[in-house]
Each structure stands twice: as structure tokens, then as C-alpha cells.
Design a protein around this ligand. Structure first.
Ligand code: ZN
Length: 413
């Protein structure tokens, strides 16, 4: 099989081009099984099924060729969570020689044309449509079926336009201690970026200096922010408590299931907060006074931790990015690189190697914990730093690398 050709049709790239069928096989894989999917890839060759997908009642995965099917009792085992699911009555004709299209071994990726829109998408209760067109015994040509059209689906954060699926979230974390000229440039770029995001993408905004300020983008009467002390380490639960977000426990979350996000202003679809976002961006400025002979007080670690806590609280387990824009080292709180007093020189490369950087180990251990939280919440961390000053990239390297983020460092003379 030509995998490159197949990828061009399905938009799927596998680490292994096979699905392990037993738990033993899974544990013996040296490289974990992973599949990179391009959901919006333009392809005219994908089969379109004119009925609703069968969904696992436990993990919301969709019935696919890798499910084990018991034709006699009409039960399929979910290949993700091993839950046993019953086929609805409309699948009563199912048999080894009479497969619905979604079970064809070559149909790794299919499109569903869904006629009925139900905000309870994810439950099996309403899935009683005929699926005879998809049977292998049917003569209907798949290529003659019409293409599904986007619809409004009730979902995360309210109405989500487009196809059913995960909504991406972006939290912009802006260092307010930058010199005015740099800050102006970052603000302009951010406004451009937000303009180009899909309207249903969720956005959040956090600014930091000695304090962390989380903007309520849903509050129009005036500028409303929740302020965190930059010198303290706050846990995920505390962050959510201060922001007033309730969330399900992470352990209880299920892979691939879009949970309902509370209607809160800290993370909103672009279409609902574009004006407030623009206003908030314009307002960002440093509120901390820089003492003579001192560096600005900058709590990069606390700000990052709050951003992760926000995404954890909103249960955005469908992919999110935290983008940090900074221009100097953390001088306060968790993840500190150097003291704000300029008489303390910042650690050098040699200090890191020789173990003469007093804050380094502690900061790395803070960021390592953060790495775990980022992975658990499917969040990517990016660091953008354009500054002659050092920003503490060595400390931040762990979470950026392990989450698959970008680290862009640049200096302008
Ligand atoms: Zn399942």
C-alpha cells in the first residue's frame, strides 16, 4: 500500500500503519501509536455517509473499521476504551458479508452528512436513521452523494459554527513590562492574528508584570480583570476558584469528548468578543513601578500557570495554545530566573553547566510540573521573545519542547 498516496486522500498519518488489537500489543509498542489527522483537508475522494455516526456511549469515539464486532449479538467493542456498545435496530441486517460503510476495512476516514442537528450530539439516543445506503450490498455510488454542509451545532461556549468537532482555543499571555515600542508592535500583531482566526475559535488574554491580569472579555460595561499575585504559586484548583470556573476532575474526562464549557468571559469565541478583545489589548500597559537599579518585576511563571489553570477549568481538552510574548527574564515568583536587583548578574551558560545558578533547579522543577499539566490538558506552549535581554529560555525549554510548541528568540540591534 502506498501510505503517502493514502495520506493524501484520508489526511491521516500514522506512527504505525496498523491498530494494535489487544492491550498486550499496545504495551509492547516501542513508539506509541499516534495518528496525525488533518480534519479540514480538502479531498474529493472521501466517502460520504448520509446517516449519523455510531458513537461509543462511554468515550464518544465513532464506530470505525478497528472496532471488534460481534455480529450475532449486534455489539461492537470500542477500540479506544473497550466499551461494549449495542447497534441500534436499523443495523439489524449487519453481518460479515453485509457491512455498513464505516466498517469497510479501507475506510479509515469518512465524512458524515448529518441531516438532523441535535445539541446532545454524543449520545446514541437519536441515532435511528436508516443506513442502508452505506451497506456493501447497496449499489449506491458513494461519489454521487452530495457534500455535507456546515450547520450550527450547540457546543463548547455556546453556538459553534461549522462542523461538529473540537474548537481550538488560544490564550495570549503578554508581558506588560516591555518597552513601549515593543509592546506597541506586539499589540498590533496580536490584533492581526485574532482577525485571522476562525470566528468560533476561543480566545483568552492575560497580561503580566508583578501581577497577573486575566481579562474578562465578556464584560462590556468597563474593563474587568481578575488579578493574581505574581509572587505566589497557585494551583489549578485555586486558579479556577478565583476565576469562578467549575470544572470536572481531569481524571474523569474522556478522550475526544467535547465537554460543555461554561459561559464565562475569560475564554470566548472570537465572534463574541472581538471588540472587547481589541479594547483589552489596547489597554495593556505596565502597572508596576521599576525601582532604580532594578529589573522590571516580571512573573512569567505565575502567568503561565494561570493560563494553564484557565484552560483546565474550561475543560478545553480538544487542543489549545498558550502563547507567551515576553522581553525579559522572570524576576518574581515561581520560575524565577534572576532577582530584580541589577547587582545580581543573570546566570550564564557556564553557571548552568557548573551548577552555579541558584534558581535554576527550582524553576526547572516548577516548569516540569507545568509540562505535565500541559500534556494532560492537550495544551501547547509557545514562547516568543524578541529582546536583547535574556528571557530565561533555558528554564522554559522543558514545557515548550514537551508540549510540541515553538520557541522563537530574536534580538534586534
Ligand atoms: Zn469508547
Amino acid at each position: 500500500m502506498d501510505f503517502v498516496e493514502l495520506e493524501a486522500i484520508e489526511g491521516l498519518r500514522w506512527s504505525w500503519n496498523a491498530w494494535p488489537t489487544t492491550k498486550n500489543e499496545v504495551s509492547s509498542l516501542v513508539i506509541p501509536l499516534s495518528i496525525m489527522c488533518t480534519p479540514l483537508m480538502q479531498s474529493t475522494e472521501l466517502p460520504i455517509l448520509p446517516y449519523d455516526p455510531q458513537i461509543c456511549t462511554r468515550c464518544a469515539a465513532v464506530l470505525n473499521p478497528y472496532a471488534r464486532v460481534d455480529y450475532l449479538s449486534r455489539i461492537w467493542d470500542c477500540p479506544f476504551c473497550y466499551n461494549r456498545n449495542h447497534f441500534p435496530i436499523s443495523y439489524s441486517g449487519i453481518g460479515e458479508t453485509n457491512l455498513p460503510a464505516e466498517l469497510f476495512p479501507t475506510y479509515n476516514a469518512v465524512e458524515y452528512k448529518i441531516d438532523k442537528v441535535d445539541s446532545k450530539f454524543g449520545s446514541n439516543l437519536h441515532l435511528n436513521y436508516g443506513w442502508s445506503n452505506g451497506f456493501s450490498s447497496s449499489n449506491v455510488s458513494l461519489s454521487s452523494m452530495s457534500v455535507g454542509t456546515p450547520r450550527n451545532i450547540g457546543g463548547a461556549g455556546g453556538e459553534v459554527r461549522g462542523f461538529v468537532g473540537p474548537v481550538p482555543a488560544f490564550v495570549f499571555v503578554v508581558d506588560a513590562c516591555m518597552v513601549e515600542e515593543e509592546l506597541r508592535a506586539v499589540k498590533n500583531e496580536l490584533l492581526l492574528v485574532v482577525e485571522q482566526l476562525p470566528e468560533n475559535a476561543l480566545v483568552g488574554l492575560i497580561a503580566f508584570d508583578a501581577m497577573v491580569r486575566v481579562y474578562d472579555l465578556g464584560f462590556s460595561d468597563c474593563s474587568r480583570v481578575v488579578v493574581f499575585h505574581g509572587g505566589r504559586e497557585v494551583s489549578s484548583e485555586q486558579t479556577q476558584q478565583f476565576l469562578g470556573i467549575c470544572s470536572t476532575k481531569w481524571g474523569q474526562q474522556q478522550l475526544g469528548k467535547t465537554t460543555v464549557i461554561q459561559k464565562l468571559g475569560f475564554l470566548l469565541p472570537v465572534s463574541e468578543c472581538e471588540f472587547n478583545f481589541t479594547t483589552a489589548i489596547e489597554e495593556i500597559c505596565s502597572l508596576a513601578v521599576v525601582m532604580p537599579g532594578h529589573r522590571p518585576q516580571r512573573c512569567t511563571g505565575a502567568a503561565t500557570s494561570v493560563a494553564v489553570g484557565l484552560l483546565e477549568g474550561c475543560s478545553v481538552n480538544t487542543g489549545a495554545r498558550i502563547m507567551i510574548f515576553t522581553s525579559g527574564p522572570a524576576t518574581l515568583g515561581p520560575g524565577i530566573v534572576v532577582d530584580s536587583d541589577l547587582s545580581d548578574a543573570i546566570r550564564t551558560h557556564g553557571d548552568l553547566i557548573n551548577g552555579h545558578a541558584p534558581n535554576y533547579t527550582k524553576s526547572c522543577s516548577f516548569y516540569n510540573q507545568l509540562s505535565q499539566r500541559l500534556s494532560d490538558a492537550s495544551v501547547v506552549l509557545d514562547l516568543f521573545a524578541c529582546s536583547l535581554d535574556q528571557v530565561g529560555a533555558a528554564e522554559l525549554k522543558g514545557p515548550v519542547e514537551s508540549s510540541g510548541g515553538f520557541m522563537m528568540l530574536g534580538g534586534v540591534v
